[in-house]
Design a protein around this ligand. Structure first.
Ligand SMILES: [Zn+2]
Length: 203
């Protein structure tokens, strides 16, 4: 019997098994060190794991009366291409009508493509594969508001516990809240102290 919302432990097992979660000694582009690294697309390579994770996240939205009462006239939105598989899975599980995603332009600004027209967008749920700081979700919520649409929910498969907890549309839902133990410098980093070879990663 498979539970519809797997426990955080079960989700972490899936992420480990698929290589989406790794332990070691990692340097992030912002200069911080962490013993952990997530590459969520690796979990979304497989249809079965992608489906389990997306359906589980969708359940967190469906139990909200304000969301379930508006289905299927809801848009599921991803802040970037990385969240597209999550958005497709959540849209399917909720039988929501629309899906959109934003992308970063060359100038660094997050934007929707021109096919998204003002007034056409249903109330929105914003989903991503991972919420590290919350800035992607926050920026996307701003874009949605500029279109004149309402954010009724937001969430990610994994949320770092140091990220923002609330956005327009309520608390950020997640299957796992994770303490990434980000350290500013070498002084507090266990990896540096133990001289574990460091791997530089891109977000
Ligand atoms: Zn370190």
């Amino acid at each position: 019997m498979v539970s519809l919302i797997p426990s955080p432990d079960a989700v972490m097992q899936i992420l480990k098994r698929t290589g989406a979660f790794r332990e070691g000694h990692f340097a992030y582009p912002n200069g911080k060190h962490s013993p952990y690294y997530f590459q969520m697309p690796l979990a979304f390579r497989y249809y079965d794991t992608a489906r389990v994770l997306a359906v589980a996240l969708s359940r967190k939205f469906r139990i909200e009366r304000d969301i379930s009462s508006q289905l299927p006239k809801v848009s599921v939105i991803s802040p970037s291409s990385g969240g597209i598989p999550v958005a497709f899975g959540v849209r399917e599980a909720l039988s929501a009508e629309q899906i959109y995603w934003a992308e970063r332009e060359a100038n660094g600004k997050r934007m929707f493509r021109q096919y998204v027209n003002q007034g056409e967008v249903n109330p929105c749920i914003i989903v991503d594969d991972i919420c590290r700081s919350g800035s992607a979700l926050t920026e996307t919520a701003e874009l949605v508001k500029e279109l004149g649409a309402k954010v009724i929910g937001c969430g990610a498969i994994v949320r770092f516990s140091s990220a923002v907890t609330e956005l327009e549309g309520g608390g950020i839902k997640s299957l796992v809240d994770f303490d990434a133990q980000m350290h500013d410098g070498a002084d507090n980093c266990v990896g540096c102290r133990n001289e574990i070879p460091i791997e530089r990663v891109r977000f």
